[in-house]
Design a protein around this ligand. Structure first.
Ligand code: NAD
Ligand code: ZN
Length: 243
């Protein structure tokens, strides 16, 4: 710390009036939740491509496999605790917290759930795979397998958005509105390649927001950023958003 670039940035974040955070899997990586585009050490799941499993085609081709994978991922989320980046963001009361993450770590770090926009749904919910609208908090203790929907008998599934599916309309509307009005967008831990989510950064930038990107690796979003910090979220966020 103490570098002038950080000092200037801390001032900018504190002064932002309509800040938006746009986070991805990297935000939860230090809590032990694997990212999609990183190494997975778990022997069984390292053989599968998450982008195939987290897709509508993947589910329709091999539903049991996909449900088992989500069981495993949900177990990781239940066991995980929020990291210092979640905690720092939860403290930043004026920010709208848009996330691609399906975990609940941001809320468990103390963020008001109304301030967190889950573009890709929640792994802690179950819902009907058909269109009846049934949805319910998932019971992490009950094995999932193949449960029929209590309303219509169709298959139930995790309440997440898969590749090939549309985003929840209201959440998307709130997110685009926040990005159009933002004076600063803090992007954290996303590869920036999943659309339409990643287009929110472009929208905020085109609307005049100052763009900060936090990611240990270079990503396509770097070219859009006014400031890039190639650091881990848990290390740099508590410095950027001091208590
Ligand atoms: P991604 O897996 O494509 O990319 C993760 C990014 O995080 C990478 O660019 C990586 O360099 C960066 N990263 C790794 N460790 C980091 C750290 N400590 N601090 C900051 N950045 C770090 O993730 P994505 O862009 O979010 O897109 C993948 C999709 O996967 C999303 O739609 C999301 O719904 C889903 N997903 C969610 C979770 C979760 O809910 N925790 C986990 C995996 C995937
Ligand atoms: Zn149903």
């Amino acid at each position: 710390m103490g570098e002038p670039v950080h000092r200037e940035l801390i001032g900018r974040l504190a002064a932002a009036r309509r800040p938006v955070v746009f986070s991805g899997a990297g935000l939860s990586a230090e809590s032990g939740i694997p990212t999609f585009r990183g190494r997975v050490d778990h022997a069984l799941w390292s053989r599968h491509d998450p982008q195939q499993l987290a897709s509508i085609e993947g589910f329709e081709r091999a539903p049991e496999l996909v449900l088992e994978w989500y069981d495993w991922r949900r177990g990781l989320v239940v066991e995980a605790t929020p990291n210092s980046a979640h905690v720092a963001l939860a403290r930043w009361q004026q920010a709208t917290l848009i996330t691609q993450n399906v975990d609940d770590l941001q809320e468990r770090a103390g963020a008001d759930p109304d301030r967190v926009l889950h573009l890709h749904g929640s792994i802690m919910q179950d819902r009907c795979h058909a269109t009846c609208g049934w949805s319910m908090p998932a019971d992490p203790d009950s094995p999932r397998g193949w449960h029929p929907c209590p309303e219509c008998g169709a298959r139930t599934r995790p309440g997440v958005v898969w590749f090939g599916e549309g985003l929840p309309e209201e959440t998307w509307a709130l997110a685009t509105r926040a990005c159009s009005n933002a004076d600063l967008i803090l992007v954290i831990g996303t590869s920036g390649v999943v659309q339409p989510a990643a287009s929110l950064v472009e929208l905020a930038a085109a609307s005049g927001a100052y763009v900060v990107n936090v990611n240990p690796e270079a990503t396509p979003l770097d070219s859009m950023a006014d400031t890039c910090l190639h650091s881990a979220a848990g290390e740099v966020l508590p410095e950027l958003l001091p208590d």
